[in-house]
Design a protein around this ligand. Sequence first.
Ligand code: SF4
Length: 338
Amino acid sequence: MIQRKSKDMSRNRQGNTRHSTLHLAYSFSCNLACGHCIFRCGPDVRGTMGIGRARAFIDQAGRAGIRRIVFTGGEPFLHPRALRTLIEHASGVGIESALITNAAWATSRSRTKGYLAHLQSIGLRSMTVSTDRYHLLFVPLERVRGALRAAMELGLDGGVKISRLAHDPVAEGLCRSLRSKAARVFVQEIVPLGRAASLRAAQRLRPATSFTGAGGLAPPILLPSGDLLSCCNLPARDVRSTDYPFVLGNLEKTSLRTLLARRVRDPLLTTLRTRGPGVLFALLAQREPAFRRWGRSLYQSGCDLCFNLFCKPLDKRMLYDTLDRLNRHDRFIPGEFS
Ligand code: SF4
């Protein structure tokens, strides 16, 4: 099964949106340094959230109604004690855990299964293994297969995420080879941001206005600093702490519940979520000359467009005024731009 990007919002009976998933990057350190890593993780990256702070953040997540935490990074298995402690802690406040890993640790069948079985017993419900032409330079496919096999034997939800270039026979081969070994196969085109910026020429680039239709915004991500980003697909280490609304605030200063409410109320994020970056851009470009010059630029995807547009110096007041006018006149008609 090819899985599409999951939505992080669900609706309650009153029709209000609520958040259910939070990505948590305990650290951006990684045993690998993949050429396509949008977070620019690697062995030289230092610093962690710290177990005590992470526990407190998870307590906040429980109070804010989060039901699922995805441990990401960086490589979560580089911090085994923290990973065990935080999965167990999340479980204690009613939150199920998932993780994303490169599977370099899956060196032997018994060790892999034993470790996953323990994590499952304390609250892990899902594991996604990342593999592609860049991961394969460091992690043999056999380890990916071993981790997925162990997950399947344990009844753990095991998925694989394959990042691909525009023309990528390696990714196609991985899809064929892993389809029967994983409950979920998620294929994603590499976004030329972060360390992957150098791969821009290898990607299929399209005009800004061609990304119409699908809504944007993946689940929010909590960084080791305590900053909360509105979307986990942003190149987290390249976003400045002043880049509101991509940085919603810091959990040391403002509660997660308040920051998540901000994420729902913000007109820019609402439009990104419901209409997608291409439609939002097309709307803005129709009405404000300042946006038109961006229309001639080429982007790989909505995420690429989104980051390049809204994290560059831009008159945010003009942006919000334009959105306000558009909202008041109820002009969000997607068919208008296709
Ligand atoms: S893509 Fe994943 S495995 Fe590769 S450097 Fe980044 S975090 Fe590490």
